[in-house]
Design a protein around this ligand. Structure first.
Ligand code: ATP
Length: 275
C-alpha cells in the first residue's frame, strides 16, 4: 500500500516458518527480538534498548527473509534500503537520505499505529566501511555519521521505536564504530545451509508445486552441497520450467537433475570476483 506522502508501508507476510534451516540464526534473532516484544520487562531490568542487529553471511542465504520475518514477528512496519543507495557524488546527499529514511520509518510506525519499525540495510559495508580507508571521502563519512546519529537517537520523542537490521557478506570491512555497544551489538551469522537445511528449503519451495512420486528431495539435498537458499529456489523454479517445456504435469527427477547442473553451470559462468 502507498499512502498520500508516497510512503510504501510494507508489513511483510514472511514468517520464520518460511525460512528453511538456519535454526541457530533464527533462534538467536528471535531471542534478540523478544527484547523488543517484552518491553516492560526490559525496562524494569534496566536493559539497554536494542538498536541494531547485524546479519552476516554469504549472498542468498536468507538475510532479507530474516529481516522481513523479524518485522512480522514483532508486528513492525518494514523498510528496506541498500547501502549503495546512499553513496552520492554530492556532499550531504547521502546523509540526507539516511535522515529521510529514518523519518519515514517513524512516520509509518505512527500512521499504522504499530509504533515500531524495522529498517533493513542491505550491503551495510558499502555505507559503513572502515573510515580510515576513505579519509579523503568526506561525503562517505557524513553518511556513516548520520547513520550513527540516527541509531543513537532512536529513542524518539514521539514514542516510536526503530530497529535497524543490517546485512553484509563482509563483516571485516565494517567500521568499528558500527559494532560498538548500542549500535549493531547483536550479530547473527547466516551461513550456507547444511544438508538438513537444504532439505527444508527444498520442501518450502516445492510446497505448491506438483512433484512426481518418484522424487526424493533428500537425494536432491545431498547433491546440492554449497548451494544457498537462493540457488535452491532457482533450482526448483528451473525444474518446473523444464517440465513445462516438455509438456509434463509433474516435476520429475530428470528435470531436477538437469536443473542442478544448470544452477552449477550458471554460477560458473556468472562467477565474478567478490568485493
Ligand atoms: P543477499 O546477501 O544477496 O542480499 P540474502 O541473504 O538477503 O541475499 P535473500 O534475499 O533472503 O538472501 O534470499 C533470496 C531468495 O532465496 C529468497 O527470496 C528465497 O526465495 C530464497 N531463500 C534464501 N534462503 C532461504 C531459506 N533459508 N529458506 C527459504 N528460502 C530461502
Amino acid at each position: 500500500t502507498i499512502d498520500a506522502a508516497g510512503d510504501k508501508a510494507v508489513i511483510p507476510t514472511v514468517t520464520f516458518a518460511d525460512i528453511g534451516g538456519q535454526e541457530i540464526a533464527k533462534r538467536e534473532l528471535m531471542e534478540a527480538l523478544d527484547f523488543l516484544k517484552d518491553e516492560e520487562k526490559v525496562k524494569d531490568l534496566g536493559i539497554r534498548p536494542l538498536k541494531g542487529i547485524l546479519l552476516s553471511g554469504p549472498p542468498g542465504t536468507g538475510k532479507t527473509l530474516m529481516a522481513k520475518a523479524a518485522a512480522s514477528y514483532t508486528d513492525s512496519v518494514f523498510l528496506a534500503a541498500s547501502g549503495s543507495e546512499f553513496i552520492q557524488m554530492y556532499a550531504g546527499v547521502g546523509a540526507q537520505r539516511v535522515r529521510q529514511l529514518f523519518a519515514r520509518a517513524r512516520r509509518l510506525a505512527q500512521k499504522t499505529g504499530k509504533q515500531k519499525a524495522i529498517i533493513f540495510l542491505d550491503e551495510l559495508d558499502v555505507l559503513g566501511g572502515k573510515r580510515g580507508k576513505h579519509t579523503s571521502h568526506l561525503e562517505y563519512d557524513q553518511t556513516l555519521n548520520q547513520l550513527l546519529v540516527e541509531m543513537d537517537g532512536i529513542k524518539a520523542t514521539d514514542g516510536t521505536k526503530v530497529l535497524v537490521i543490517g546485512a553484509t557478506n563482509r563483516v571485516d570491512l565494517l567500521d568499528d564504530a558500527l559494532l560498538r555497544p548500542g549500535r549493531f551489538d547483536r550479530r547473527v551469522q547466516v551461513d550456507l545451509p547444511e544438508k538438513d537445511g537444504r532439505l527444508k528449503i527444498l520442501q518450502i519451495h516445492t510446497r505448491n508445486k506438483p512433484l512426481a512420486a518418484t522424487v526424493n528431495l533428500e537425494t536432491i539435498a545431498e547433491e546440492t552441497f554449497g548451494f544457498s537458499g537462493a540457488h535452491l529456489e532457482s533450482l526448483v523454479n528451473e525444474a518446473a520450467i523444464l517440465a513445462f517445456r516438455q509438456g509434463k504435469k509433474e516435476i520429475g527427477n530428470a528435470e531436477l537433475q538437469e536443473a542442478i547442473d544448470k544452477v552449477i553451470l550458471g554460477e560458473k559462468l556468472e562467477r565474478k570476483p567478490r568485493r
